[in-house]
Design a protein around this ligand. Structure first.
Ligand SMILES: [Zn+2]
Length: 279
């Protein structure tokens, strides 16, 4: 199928090309934790959210491991992804394991309840990785349907009190790090990133090439150019697969979600505007 060959992006094979491209440059790769600790001058931070399809995450982890690359995997505490053996296996490869929390959602927006759930679930994850690695970073899960954001928890509490050193949405300065996400199965569309949106005006102004980034090939070209010193790639492994049946299902699923998200962005903008006019 010719169009399949031309248009298929977001496959493990494509991800491997991305890893090879990084390896052929002067960039180092790092986990979120290592970035916060050492702040390397020239690096690609590799971050993954384990939202579902845990086996696809394991495949990606093995692929990276084969290239001697360590990245960060944020695990949700839900049945589909909280698989102790797989978590341990990935930790043993040297990947950073972090907690992908959604406790404000679970507590229906009540921070007091949410922090209790946070403590319990973090403890569960720490038990799983005991003797292998420490959980030092956490990252919120986005839920575009809710009026709150999971990171709102940190307006009232401090994650440092729980032995956590950082949260990628709060601890990384995205004026100094270019943030690229595969959210929506494209690297380009700012419009659909409801809760993954990060202000990166400074970087955008500095490099007009960024406006043309759409496919993984474009990301590879940007990396090859070595124009930007620090890049953070958020990759959701559940969206990347080689098997064609799974791939088309992901595409259909994502297109449906994008239409939904665009509607939410439009609605929020309208609400926001009417609020602003009210002031
Ligand atoms: Zn998530």
């Amino acid at each position: 199928m010719v169009w399949g060959k031309i248009l298929r992006d977001f496959t493990l094979k494509k991800y491997e090309c991305l890893l090879q491209a990084i390896k052929n440059t002067n960039y180092s790769t790092c986990t979120v934790q290592d970035f916060l600790k050492f702040e390397p001058e020239k690096c690609v931070i590799l971050r993954h959210d384990v939202d579902r399809a845990v086996n696809r995450n394991l495949e990606m982890a093995k692929l990276e491991h084969g290239y001697g690359i360590n990245s960060t995997y944020y695990f949700r505490h839900v049945e589909e992804t909280f698989k102790p053996e797989i978590i341990r296996q990935m930790a043993e490869m040297g990947h950073e394991i972090g907690f992908h929390y959604e406790v404000m959602d679970k507590a229906n927006g009540d921070p007091k309840k949410a922090i209790e759930i946070f403590k319990e679930e973090l403890e569960d994850l720490r038990k799983v990785t005991e003797n292998v690695t420490e959980i030092k970073t956490v990252c919120m899960h986005g839920n575009p349907l809710k009026s709150w954001s999971n990171r709102d928890l940190w307006q009232e509490y401090d994650f440092k009190d729980f032995g956590i050193m950082g949260e990628p949405y709060l601890s990384i300065d995205y004026n100094k790090v270019l943030y690229l996400t595969d959210t929506g199965r494209t690297w380009a569309d700012l419009n659909i990133r409801v809760k993954d949106t990060i202000e990166r005006a400074g970087l955008n102004a500095a490099c007009s090439d960024l406006k043309t980034i759409y496919s993984t090939y474009d990301v590879i070209q940007l990396i090859r150019s070595e124009k930007i010193s620090r890049i953070c790639l958020l990759v959701h492994p559940n969206r990347w697969c080689d098997d064609f049946g799974g791939w088309t299902k992901e595409l259909a699923f994502q297109n449906m979600k994008n239409v939904g998200k665009a509607g939410i962005v439009w609605y929020r903008n309208r609400v926001q505007k009417s609020r602003n006019y009210g002031v």
